[in-house]
Design a protein around this ligand. Sequence first.
Ligand code: AMP
Length: 134
Amino acid sequence: MAAMSCLFCSIAAGEIASKQVYSDDAAVAFLDINPWHPGHTLVVPRRHTDDATSEPRLLAEIAPAVANVAQLLKDKLGADAVNLLVNSGAAAGQEVFHLHVHVVPRRADLPGVANLANREPGIDLDEVYARITS
Ligand code: AMP
């Protein structure tokens, strides 16, 4: 059941717009509005849980979606690799308290590639979305 006033529950339910790139019975995936790299996507369970440890089974339930999104981003954006990241708890940097997995496409030819914190500037979300969904 959706939690009251949960942003990602509202996005999963289609009540708040997002750039959705994938969905299945367990999860929806949409572009992060503040991407670290082009194609940075969040995979969220349809069912609410606050974080990765509050209902551990949910992380396993969305694992197929995470794998499918990673492959989609490799296929559509030509990514060489992906970072999969879950911030679980405020002290770990979690800001939205609905479990989500960051799937961040990475390319071997970019400078500073080893450091996830090296963001790419000037990412055009509409252009990236069009490439993924074409
Ligand atoms: P975290 O710090 O792991 O909780 O990550 C939350 C992420 O959600 C951040 O990377 C935000 O940029 C992203 N975010 C916040 N609001 C939205 C939104 N409405 N649509 C897409 N991504 C969002």
